[in-house]
Design a protein around this ligand. Structure first.
Ligand SMILES: Cc1cc2nc3c(=O)[nH]c(=O)nc-3n(C[C@H](O)[C@H](O)[C@H](O)COP(=O)(O)OP(=O)(O)OC[C@H]3O[C@@H](n4cnc5c(N)ncnc54)[C@H](O)[C@@H]3O)c2cc1C
Length: 381
């Protein structure tokens, strides 16, 4: 084989290929690369568009320290988050301070920068990180033969689906997604806002769902309405006018924004960006009798309701479990036990999550509307 071709072949064969460079995929790639495995991390985006999931619970701190990226995180200039105020089952606000968490604060972050920082850390640990690279085809013949956007091909002994809520890889391999709801988040941002006095998360229940507002670094406020996909369509909430009308019907949220926008630092604060709709549906990805060496991590394996505020910490925790399982599979390819045990743990996590979610919504129904009555129905098995 000519030397140049041999070089290309060497560079396209990896122990592990991770599809998706969100927190779960980047942290898995980082851990595996550090353990000495050859890893390719493929990320569809270039982190050039806004990303949701900006409020990080205090429990993120030990996870980032354990990954060895705490200094890089602090260098991003995240805003401390001092706690949560909620108007949920009562008109009286309830306050929860992060000072009791043992870590002083949570954080409000720009998720583009946060996710990019984790990918950079994976690259620094030795992973081959490709941005703007989607995994679009996979075939297993004793090795994974993988096709990326642009026609590039890579092979891997092990494949990891870290594609988030879409779980595109696992589903293309035949795994079944069990959806627990049809939640969506419709979000917009105001720029040029003085957020000095706003460093907390506010959630407020309304007839058709609940609102979430938080500050972001760079004098930005984010507002998000969480509702079900059919309610979003019915009220045309992806359009600016209806979205803002819904916002004006809130009490604490509208008041908070009115106050914050009065101390604006530029004209940009007067109008929010056009709303964008994101799927926020909970699901579990289930594989049946498939012994091929692949696994799902983060939201691809189990996606949870943002009300839990646990999405990113959970993604980092499952990344640790996925990296351990992957290392065992690479060492003992014929042993099915690590995969079975990994799946069993995800099932237990799912059961625990569903009961926690029921508790979150197990308040006196704030409003007797479809959104809230659906939260009382049993979830599909
Ligand atoms: C509306 C909303 C609000 C949220 N708020 C919070 C919050 O405040 N706090 C919190 O902790 N969590 C929050 N979450 C949850 C949190 O964002 C997720 O749990 C977390 O991002 C999961 O990380 P992940 O890496 O598994 O998936 P993701 O972050 O979704 O990353 C998946 C990555 O895969 C890439 N990708 C997809 N397909 C391909 C492909 N074929 N090839 C290559 N790359 C691909 C995507 O571009 C993406 O970068 C929120 C979620 C939603 C929807």
């Amino acid at each position: 084989m000519p030397a140049r071709l041999r070089l290309l072949t060497m560079f396209t064969a990896y122990d592990v290929v991770v599809a998706g460079g969100g927190p779960a995929g980047a942290a898995t790639a980082l851990r595996l690369a550090r353990a000495g495995h050859t890893v390719a991390l493929l990320e569809r985006s270039r982190f050039d568009r806004p990303r949701v999931g900006e409020t990080l619970a205090p429990s993120i701190q030990p996870l980032l320290r354990d990954l060895g990226v705490w200094e890089q995180f602090v260098a991003l200039g995240p805003l401390p988050s001092w706690g949560t105020r909620s108007i949920w089952s009562s008109t009286e606000p309830a306050a929860h301070s992060h000072l009791e968490s043992g870590y002083d604060s949570g954080w409000h972050v720009d998720r583009r920068l946060f996710d990019r920082m984790l990918c950079d850390a994976a690259a620094a640990a030795g992973a081959a990180v490709s941005l703007g690279a989607s995994l679009i085809g996979c075939r297993y013949d004793g090795r994974w033969q993988l096709t990326c956007s642009g026609g590039r091909r890579v092979t891997g002994r092990l494949l990891i689906d870290a594609t988030g809520r879409s779980a595109t890889i696992g589903r293309s391999l035949g795994a079944r997604r069990i959806a627990f709801d049809r939640l969506v988040g419709i979000t917009a941002q105001w720029s040029g806002v003085d957020v000095t006095a706003e460093q907390y998360l506010l959630i407020e229940s309304v007839r058709d769902g609940w609102w979430y507002t938080a500050p972001l670094p760079g004098d930005v406020m984010v507002g998000m309405f969480m509702t079900d996909a059919d309610i979003c369509r019915h009220h045309n909430l992806a359009a600016s006018g209806p979205w803002r009308t819904h916002l004006q019907a809130t009490t604490a949220t509208a008041l908070r924004l009115d106050t914050a926008l009065r101390s604006t630092t530029s004209d940009g604060a007067r109008l929010p960006t056009a709303p964008r709709v994101y799927s926020a549906a909970s699901h579990r990805l289930v594989r049946h009798g498939d012994t091929r060496p692949w696994l799902a991590v983060g939201d691809a394996a189990l996606a949870v309701d943002p009300i839990s505020g646990s999405g990113v910490p959970r993604a980092l925790r499952t990344a640790e479990a996925a990296a351990t399982t992957a290392a065992r599979l690479l060492l003992h390819p014929a042993d099915a036990a690590p995969l079975t045990s990994y799946e069993a743990t995800r099932n237990t996590e799912c059961t625990t999550y569903l009961s926690t979610r029921a508790d979150y919504y197990d308040v006196a129904l704030p409003h007797p509307t479809p959104f809230w009555t659906r939260r009382k129905l049993p979830t599909p098995a």
